[in-house]
Design a protein around this ligand. Sequence first.
Ligand code: IPE
Ligand code: IPE
Ligand code: MG
Length: 231
Amino acid sequence: MPKHVAIIMDGNGRWAKKRLLNRINGHEKGAEAVRTIVQTARKLNIAVLTLYAFSTENWQRPQPEISGLMLLLRRFLASERQTMIDNEIRLNTIGQIDRLPQAVRDNLSAVMDATATNRKMVLNLALSYGARAEIVEMVKQIASKARQGAVDPEEITPETVAGHLYTRGMPDVDLLIRTSGEMRISNFLLWQIAYSEIFFTQTLWPDFGEDEFVTILKDYQHRERRFGAVP
Ligand code: IPE
Ligand code: IPE
Ligand code: MG
C-alpha cells in the first residue's frame, strides 16, 4: 500500500457543464467524492492523503466561483469534523493559508485543533497551494538561517530542503492521481513527486469513486519502483 497518496481533483466544471449546471454544482458534487475517497483511504490504512483543493493560480477565477468554493469548504469542515474525530484522522493544510478568508481560517484551525492528536491518517488539504511558492518560501527560510549562522550552506542536503517544505515530516508521494484526463501537474508538489508513480484517469472528479480508487491502488501494487537502480 502506498504511504502517501496525492490527488489532483480535476473536472468539476466539465462535470457540471455536461449537465447544463452551474460550475458550483460541480464543486458540490466534487465535495461528495472527497468524502468517499477520504473514507476509503482511511479504511485502506493509507497514512497520508493530500488533496489539491485550490491552487495559487485558482485565485484568478471569477469571484463568485471562489466564494462558492470557500463556502463549500466551510460546509465540508462542519460536516466532516465528527467523522474525522471518530476515524482518528488528523486534518492538516498546506499552502498560503493566510490568503484564505478569515472565516475559512477559523473553521480550519478549529478542526485542526479538534483532530490534532489523531494518528491513523493525515488528511492534507492543499489550499491556496502552489509548489513554486512553497519552494520560494523554503529558500527564504534556509537563506535566512544561513545569514544568521544557524545553517552552513555547505551542509545543505535534500533532507534540509524537505524539512523546510509544507510537507516536512511526511513521506514523499508514492502515488499521484489526476482525474479529468488532463496530463499535467499544474504546480502541485514538485519536490515531493520526484519518484511518484503517476496515474491519469479520464474520469471527472465528481464521478471518481471507491471502485476506481481501489483499481488504481491495485495497479500501483504491480508497478516496479526502481528509483534509478537496476531491479
Ligand atoms: C477542479 O475542478 C476543482 C478546482 C480546481 C477548484 P475544475 O473547477 O478545475 O473543473 P474543470 O477543470 O473546469 O472541469
Ligand atoms: C489544478 O486544477 C488545481 C486543483 C485541482 C485544485 P486546475 O483546473 O486549476 O488546473 P489547470 O488550470 O487545468 O492546469
Ligand atoms: Mg480544472
